[in-house]
Design a binder for this molecule. Structure first.
Ligand code: ATP
Ligand code: MG
Length: 444
């Protein structure tokens, strides 16, 4: 049974959408969070703050994930100590952020982020919003009951209190987690307007946690999607990475389309999805990313972005070839055009666009099975990514499978055998090439 915690504080409900400021306290014996599952560095930070007389709680995704029996990606701490006070307690502490100072406590490669409780910026604080309702300032310290209201979903707004190992719940998040329900805190439209990225976060959490989004919330997202157009492309890049590199890319891709948000992120791709082969190719790229993440293999954003933009790049290349350009030039021009159009919406750092171009350019070179050229392909630094890309195209039915097979078999041989095969191929009668299934194969 949950116990109601009677706050001695004066109520200030009017600022908080009429929701009570008294939290439900879920005591240690009532919930399943065990300190065994909290990383040592996070416990150290919590205990030291507590011993120094400050409030210290684990917050956000960590509490949510622990309740769901998952291992949290990171552990965030919230406290009533100011960043300067935190920094006095820890030698390994760095203060970051200009607008809102945060303390980062370093333990080897792990960082525990400690944030001071922040006050909300509800509808009453008009001076903190621009005309579309977006939050401009978010830098006022507050108390724990203030801090709750600036969080996005109820499931992300639970506080695990190190003082007595209880969970402090102001918003019904504990119940929502048990019902696998994603619910925004406060008025949905206001909250999405304040920060439209919350719409993408909704898709991400729904996909990752298999939580349901209610119809009202869906309606709000369908209406407010265009607000994503105002978000800096660099922030959207970070968010797209979280959507597609957290092991749930395939599900996120499907949900983004269901909520009609995909078009704001990849406007040049959205119309291509009507083509079954293209849709299947992107789905396979997502699936393979998810598989790699599950196996702890490295992933690069370049691969996913290359897969995403492949259909329009192929089309544009074809058009360029038809207007008389040699294939390699046609491809580079198409790549430049599509990349510069894409980065206006979701930016892609240069170090990744270079790899995307390599992956695309290598596709036609896989047709060479002989001599120096094949050898150069095999030893190209981006061979592996480009080869995976080639095989996904074959699996999606865009091209025949024979090139993918040939390069697969080649890699299974030792370097001596590889040399022999490649040079034998040079003398062999020209291999009959099966035609690509489609004209825009990028394979000319
Ligand atoms: P993940 O498991 O992906 O890290 P998370 O819930 O920890 O999920 P973070 O982006 O790490 O998400 O943010 C930590 C916490 O900060 C969230 O749980 C939420 O309470 C709050 N938060 C983050 N971004 C926003 C936002 N845009 N609007 C409101 N609250 C946010
Ligand atoms: Mg987190």
């Amino acid at each position: 049974m949950m116990k109601w915690f009677k706050s001695k504080r004066k109520k200030n409900n009017d600022a908080n959408d009429g929701v009570s400021t008294d939290p439900v306290i879920i005591t240690r014996s009532e919930h399943g969070i065990s300190r065994k599952n909290i990383d040592e560095p996070a416990l150290k930070v919590l205990y030291r703050l507590h011993k120094a007389g400050y409030q210290a709680c684990l917050v956000g995704g960590a509490v949510r994930d622990l309740l769901l029996g998952r291992h949290p990606k990171d552990f965030d701490v919230a406290t009533d100590a100011t960043p300067e006070q935190v920094s006095k307690l820890f030698r390994n502490c760095r203060l970051i952020g200009r607008r809102f100072r945060l303390a980062h406590i370093h333990f080897g490669r792990q960082i525990i982020e400690v944030a001071t409780f922040r006050a909300p910026h509800g509808e009453l604080h008009q001076e903190h919003h621009d005309e579309s309702g977006r939050v401009l300032r978010d830098n006022v310290y507050g108390e724990i009951h203030d801090d709750v209201w600036r969080r996005d979903f109820t499931a992300n707004a639970l506080y695990y209190n190190i003082a007595d190992f209880s969970i402090i719940d102001y918003v019904g998040g504990y119940e929502d987690i048990s019902n696998k329900r994603l619910r925004l805190i406060g008025d949905q439209e206001t909250r999405y307007r304040e920060d439209p990225v919350r719409m993408l976060r909704a898709i991400r959490f729904a996909s990752k946690l298999e939580f349901s989004i209610d119809d009202n919330c869906k309606q709000a997202i369908l209406e407010l999607g265009p607000l994503l157009g105002d978000i800096p492309s660099a922030r959207l890049f970070e968010e797209v990475l979280k959507l597609f590199h957290s092991g749930h890319a395939e599900e996120s891709f499907i949900t983004l389309q269901e909520y009609d948000l995909f078009k704001y992120l990849f406007p040049d791709v959205v119309n291509e999805l009507a083509d079954k082969t293209t849709a299947e190719f992107i789905r396979l790229a997502m699936q393979s990313t998810d598989d790699r993440i599950k196996l702890d293999k490295p992933v690069t954003p370049a691969f996913l972005f290359a897969a995403m933009l492949w259909a329009p790049v192929r089309k544009q290349t074809q058009a360029n070839v038809e207007s008389g350009m040699p294939y390699a030039v046609a491809l580079q021009k198409a790549a430049t055009k599509l990349i510069s159009s894409q980065v206006r919406h979701v930016s892609i750092p240069k170090r990744f666009t270079t790899i995307m171009r390599d992956i695309w350019a290598l596709q036609s070179r896989f047709r060479n099975h002989s001599g120096r050229r094949a050898y150069a392909v095999l030893h190209h630094p981006k061979f592996r990514a480009a080869y995976d890309f080639l095989c996904l195209r074959a699996n999606a039915g865009e091209i025949e499978v024979d090139d993918c097979r040939w390069w697969t078999e080649l890699q299974e041989k030792n370097p001596e055998q590889q040399k022999k095969i490649i040079s034998a191929q040079q003398h062999a009668p020209r291999r009959r090439r099966s035609r690509p299934k489609r004209d825009q194969g990028g394979n000319q």
